[in-house]
Design a protein around this ligand. Sequence first.
Ligand code: ATP
Ligand code: LTN
Length: 329
Amino acid sequence: MDKKTVYSGIQPSGSLTLGNYLGALKNFIGLQDEYNCLYCIVDMHAITVAQDPKLLRKNTLDVLALYLAAGLDPEKSIIYIQSHVPQHAELGWILNTISSIGQLQRMTQFKDKSKKSKEVMAGILNYPVLMAADILLYQTSYVPVGEDQKQHVELTRDLAQRFNSKYSDTFTMPDILTPKSGARIMSLQNPEAKMSKSDSDENSYILLLDDEDATRRKIKRAVTDSLNSMAYKDDQPGLKNLINIYSSFTGESVENIVSKYEGQGYGVFKADLGDVIVEGLRPLRESFKEIRSDKSYLEKVYKEGADKASYLANKTLRKVYKKMGFIPR
Ligand code: ATP
Ligand code: LTN
C-alpha cells in the first residue's frame, strides 16, 4: 500500500524556541521513514505580522538549516519554502470563498493576535485558510504540530468536508498528530502563557540557537513556586512545565522524574535540567553552524524541494479547478 502523507510547517517569524522544537520539529524526524513527508517553511504565513525583509530572509534560511541540523533528510522528505510554490496562494483563494468569516473570527489565534494590533489586517483573519490550503494540496493524512494548532486543523477538516460534499470527493481528511509530552511548552516566566518566539521577555523562552550559558541561566531563572516540593500538579504550573521539558528530552516518565528529585529542592533539578537541554541540543547546535554557512547546499535543498512540491500541488489544484468549472487552458 502507498505510504500516507505527513505535512507540517514552521513560520520564519523569528528564532525558533524550545517550544517549536519539542512541539513540532523534534517529532518531524521520526516520521520520515514511515510516511511521505513534506516540511515547509511558511514565509507567507509569517508576513501576516509585520516583517523586516532582511530579517525574514535570514530567518527563512535559519529555519531551513535548523530543519536539516535536527535531522530532516532531503533524500527522504520534501523540504521547501512556501512562497516558491504559488499553488498555496491559489488554493488559499479558492478556500476563502467557502470559509465563514464568523468561524475565522472565533479562532483563538486570531483573537489573540488581533488584540495586539491597532489595525487588524485581513491576512491575520485568513491565516488558517492558507494553512488549510497547505495541508489539503498534498492529500495529507497527518499534521504534526503543537496543541495550539488544533483549532486550525479542525477548520481544515471543515473546509475539506465542505468542498468534498459540494463537488465530490477531492481532499483527504487530515488528522492532527501531537506529541505525548511537549505539545504545549509554557513560558519560563509566566507558566500560564505558551512559550512564544515573539514574547518581549527573552527570559521567557530558550532559543534553539541560544548558547549553553544562556540556556542554563534561563532555566535557573525560570519561575516556580515557594512550596519547594517536587510534584507534577496543576497548582505548580512552573515546575510542571520544567518536568515536561525534562521528560520530552530524556523520555523518562513524569513519575520517575518526580521521585528522582524528591526532597532535593528545585536547585538541583534545575541544574540537571540545564544539562539535559544543553546535551539534548548539542548535536543540533553544532551541525547548524556548518549547514547554515553552506549557501549552495541550502539553495540546492530548497530548489529541489520546490520542484517536487509543485508537481504534487499541481495535481490537486488541477482537479479542484476542473470540478469548480474553470476552463482549462
Ligand atoms: P509565534 O510564537 O511567533 O506566534 P509560533 O512559534 O507559535 O509563532 P510557528 O513558528 O508557526 O508559530 O510554530 C511552529 C510549530 O511549533 C507549530 O507546530 C506549533 O504548534 C509549535 N509550537 C509553537 N509554540 C509551541 C509551544 N510553546 N509548545 C509546543 N509547541 C509549540
Ligand atoms: N500555523 C502553523 C504553521 C503552519 C502549518 C501549516 C503547520 C502553516 N501551515 C501547515 C502545519 C501544516 C503554526 O504552527 N503557527
